[in-house]
Design a protein around this ligand. Structure first.
Ligand SMILES: Nc1ncnc2c1ncn2[C@@H]1O[C@H](COP(=O)(O)OP(=O)(O)OP(=O)(O)O)[C@@H](O)[C@H]1O
Length: 268
């Protein structure tokens, strides 16, 4: 924890989302798209929550609202008890969003990117450099890779650097938007292992969106199935399977299929 980070009480949840909604105006088709509709969820500290849903179901929109990047039309989001709109700057020090196209300086090295991030987050420099070095060591990247421009690293390696960057502040809420999309199976596994290690070794709470059922099952304490901007169900993978089907994949198709049938009945 560094001097510039807000002090957070231990007993508040890492994230509390209350009835958020977000609609976009689709200019071409001249209609309103209800990207997120009345979603509420409380994520206790230390939990890994998965958000599983088909393309266009609202995962990124929801994560962007949690990350202070989009303002909900209605409802509210609190991060460690702080309202994201009223305390945007403090909240930004407590959250880290890792997206598929991480906003890196691709011409700079991993080391340089992390140094930049530490400056941005106001972490005292020597402390930050030591932490960055520790984290990079654990990344399992060969040390010479830390000194070449990021654009010369594979996507999996870049993704690990993105997660490492998210660890420079602590305690933290990590928002991982499809962190393993486009990675080969070995890199995917390594990034997943790294996420589990981060949760174990850091005071991290993690929200992760994914299309990958195995990943959701392997990483997440609870999984929310999202469709058309609504949570169809949210529970532990074991409880979801006990209720809806033998595998998470069958749970997914049961819930998404039922939602489709309901929508057809309603004439949507
Ligand atoms: N800026 C925007 N303007 C208009 N429509 C948008 C905008 N952002 C998202 N949408 C629409 O909102 C809906 C939800 O999009 P979102 O990106 O949140 O879905 P997603 O679940 O993250 O999808 P994917 O799995 O494909 O990444 C989609 O219909 C999308 O077209």
């Amino acid at each position: 924890m560094n001097a510039n980070q807000p002090v957070v009480p231990l007993d508040v949840p890492a994230l509390a989302v209350h009835h958020v909604q977000k609609a976009f105006r689709d200019k071409r088709q001249r209609r309103l798209v209800n990207a997120v509709q009345d979603i509420s969820v409380v994520v206790p500290r230390g939990e890994i929550l998965g958000i599983l849903g088909p393309n266009g179901s609202g995962k990124s929109t929801l994560i962007r609202m949690m990350a202070t990047l989009l303002v909900p039309d209605t409802g509210s989001v609190e991060v460690f008890g702080l309202d994201v709109l009223k305390h945007r700057l403090e909240v930004r020090r407590l959250i880290n969003r890792v997206s598929v196209e991480a906003s890196f300086f691709k011409k700079l090295t991993a080391e340089e990117n992390l140094a930049y991030a530490t400056g941005l987050y106001g972490v005292p420099n020597r402390d930050a450099q030591r932490r960055a070095r520790d984290i990079l060591e654990r990344l399992g990247l060969p040390s010479h890779k830390l000194k070449v421009p990021l654009e010369q690293l594979s996507r999996g390696q870049q993704q690990k650097v993105a997660i490492a960057r998210a660890l420079l502040t602590s305690p933290t809420l990590m928002l991982l938007d499809e962190p393993t999309t486009g990675l080969d199976p070995k890199s995917r596994r390594e990034v997943q292992d790294f996420i589990l290690e981060v949760r174990r070794t850091h005071d991290a709470t993690i929200v992760i969106s994914t299309h990958d059922m195995d990943e959701a099952e392997r990483l997440c304490d609870r999984v929310a199935i999202i469709n058309h901007g609504r949570f169809e169900a949210i529970d532990t993978p074991a409880s979801l399977k006990a209720r809806y089907g033998p595998t998470l994949e069958s749970v997914f198709f049961t819930l998404i299929g039922e939602a489709l049938e309901d929508a057809l009945e309603d004439g949507v």
